[in-house]
Design a protein around this ligand. Structure first.
Ligand code: ATR
Length: 285
């Protein structure tokens, strides 16, 4: 157990709800492993209390931590600055101290890419990506993959305008592709020609494990990576279908870990004990 005393450095997570978060377990396990006198706590903030909460962090000298739903976008005006990647994504998940100021950045996309490179070191440069869904996590992943040199990114979404919005940013990063609806004729070709097919929708997540994105698994090819950002269950119906077709598959646990590792590095300045953090996540998922 950590000894909390007058020298304890505190980091926080701001969100609402926060009861289910795995972040305190993961980061406090890291502090214990490093024998650091630091503590990470989750704070439930009401919608209209966000600005006060940020001022409070600064007043208390708390200069780091994370932000989660529903504040990832809303917190930006209250920060002293944000990184270029999070500006393009339009959301932050990490708070850190920069020359005495409170800054924001976003490690979601970079965490995804790091997890992907662990299983496929070639990464996405010059390769084709198909994304399913156009919510907050899709935006982070699309921006990062376009910045990393993906040759083409196509996005299928129920609400076409949201996919189009992300594509505008992707085009600005010199990456081609298009926004598609689920009933678009060119979906089959997009599936067949992609190196990576990434589900960012909530279809198949606990408790609705019987759902999956409406793609015909017969279109998958064994050389493709089929990835799901969902980590509960560890294998969604979507990943199961892809595995049966012989595709290589990856769930969202690696991204969850790596976005946390990058955030920890950013706000603590410490070298993250990655294995300890991974083991802690595995314990709870
Ligand atoms: P996150 O932050 O995890 O990305 P989100 O922003 O709520 O979550 O995005 C959820 C994504 O899942 C969206 O792309 C959503 O489609 P819409 O933009 O049309 O809402 C998609 N999604 C959720 N439920 C869906 C369903 N039943 N059918 C199709 N798409 C669905």
């Amino acid at each position: 157990m950590l000894e909390v005393n007058g020298n304890t450095k505190i980091y926080v997570l701001l969100g609402n709800p926060i009861a289910q978060t795995l972040s305190p377990a993961m980061y406090n396990a890291a502090f214990r492993a490093l024998q650091e006198n630091r503590l990470y706590i989750a704070c439930k903030v009401e919608e209209d209390g966000l600005e006060e909460a940020v001022k409070g962090l600064k007043a208390l000298g708390i200069m780091g931590g994370n932000v989660t739903v529903p504040f990832k976008e809303k917190i930006i005006p209250f920060l002293d600055g944000i990184s270029e990647e999070s500006r393009l994504i339009g959301a932050v998940n990490t708070l850190y101290c920069r020359e005495g100021e409170l800054w924001g950045t976003n490690t979601d996309g970079a965490g995804f890419l790091k997890a992907l490179k662990k299983v496929d070191p070639r990464g996405v440069e010059g390769r084709r990506v198909l994304m399913l869904g156009a919510g907050g996590s899709a935006r982070a992943v699309a921006v990062t993959l376009a910045m990393a040199g993906a040759k083409e990114i196509n996005i299928i979404n129920r609400t076409l305008s949201k996919a189009q919005e992300i594509m505008e940013i992707v085009y600005g990063l010199d990456c081609r592709g298009q926004a598609l609806g689920w009933d678009d004729k060119s979906i089959k070709e997009a599936v067949q020609e992609s190196d990576f097919i990434i589900n960012t929708t909530s279809l198949g997540m606990v408790p609705r494990v019987e759902e999956m994105p409406p793609l015909n698994p017969d279109w998958f090819r064994p050389s493709q990576w089929v990835i799901d950002l969902i980590y509960k269950p560890k294998e969604t119906l979507f990943l199961r279908e892809a595995r049966i077709k012989g595709c290589q598959t990856l769930n969202g646990l690696g991204m969850l870990l790596e976005q946390g590792v990058l955030a920890f590095e950013q706000w603590s300045g410490l070298k993250p004990p990655v294995e300890v953090m991974a083991r802690e996540l595995e314990r709870w998922v």
